[in-house]
Design a protein around this ligand. Structure first.
Ligand code: CP
Length: 312
């Protein structure tokens, strides 16, 4: 039995609109979905007759495919919009694109776009629930949900844990959603990176700690999350070279000695192996990076189920 709270028909632009109780309801429903994903027959009829559209106008592997798999495992019909072969390439606007898809009977949209706020526009044009699959540097709420689920699954709770997020904070939508969600569930979050990649006032805005020295940041950490160096969003020389960045901030066996023994190692992917994280630690027993991906399917099944009012 899944407790639905009041998620029916809701948008998920970010986690700030959701209470701790609602976030826990999603994580609890994820436990059920994960069990279904471990069966031989991984399908439920619960969203039969509903239509889900993945509207990804920026590249993705994990988020897009896991949402599509989630929709299919719940028996929803799926429209997998391909931006590169669509009429967007002929200059069609986002509004006309959404109104066209809406005319075909979409019940829920998942959008990824390089522009912050685009999920709000999709809701305005469609009047249907919209889940943000990543909008520019703003938010990536389902990544944060799967990160929180992965921690809770391994360590039992987020309450009182020290989570350290290391890397390109400025360009990361993952860090912003995680700061909101993890704080709501009681974690202490420290962000760490070079001064040029950490925006000002993060401590005041998000109630986190800010460190620029990796050794200081990692002291007593229960969880260490590396962030991808977003090479495609770098427009200026914010550090002298990737080698220089890696020398001071990479997550490897040596630097993990500064955290608690057996601290979890996480990364939202895609990884730049050898820059922000070394394979020796990404592939170690401490790492839950592959489990994060698997949990992404379950968390997205839970969310689609709750928003579209599935029954089981
Ligand atoms: N973590 C994440 O959002 O990965 P994708 O860009 O592959 O979806």
């Amino acid at each position: 039995m899944i407790e639905s709270f009041n998620l029916l028909g809701r948008n998920m632009y970010d986690l700030d609109d959701y209470t701790a109780e609602e976030l826990n309801a999603i994580l609890d429903a994820t436990v059920v979905m994960k069990e279904i994903n471990q069966r031989d027959y991984k399908k439920l009829p619960t969203l039969k007759g509903k239509t889900v559209c993945t509207l990804f106008i920026e590249n993705s592997t994990r988020t897009k495919i896991s949402f599509e798999l989630a929709a299919s495992r719940l028996s929803a019909d799926l429209i997998s919009f391909q931006a590169s072969t669509s009429s967007l390439q002929k200059g069609e606007s986002l509004q006309d694109t959404v109104e066209t898809l809406n005319a075909m009977g979409v019940d829920l949209y998942i959008i990824r776009h390089s522009s912050p706020g685009s999920p709000h526009l999709v809701h305005k044009y469609s009047n249907k629930p919209v889940v943000n699959g990543g909008d520019g540097r703003h938010a990536h709420p389902t990544q944060a949900l799967l990160d929180m689920y992965s921690i809770k699954e391994k360590l039992g709770t987020l309450n009182g844990l020290k989570v350290v997020i290391v890397g390109d904070i400025t360009n990361s939508r993952v860090v912003r959603s995680n700061l909101i969600g993890m704080k709501k569930l009681g974690a202490e979050v420290t962000i760490c990176g070079p001064r040029t990649l950490v925006p000002g006032y993060m401590d005041e805005i998000y109630g986190c700690k800010v460190e620029y020295d990796l050794k200081t940041a990692l002291k007593d950490a229960d969880v260490v999350m590396g962030l991808r160096m977003q090479l495609e969003r770098q427009t200026e020389g914010l550090f002298p070279s990737l080698e220089e960045y890696s020398k001071h901030y990479n997550i490897c066996r040596e630097t993990m000695k500064w955290a608690k023994k057996d601290a979890l190692v996480m990364h939202p992917g895609p990884m730049n192996r050898g820059i922000e994280i070394l394979p020796e630690i990404a592939e170690s027993p401490q790492s839950v990076i592959i489990e994060q991906v698997a949990n992404g399917v379950a968390v997205r099944m839970a969310l689609l189920f709750l928003i579209l009012g599935g029954k089981m």
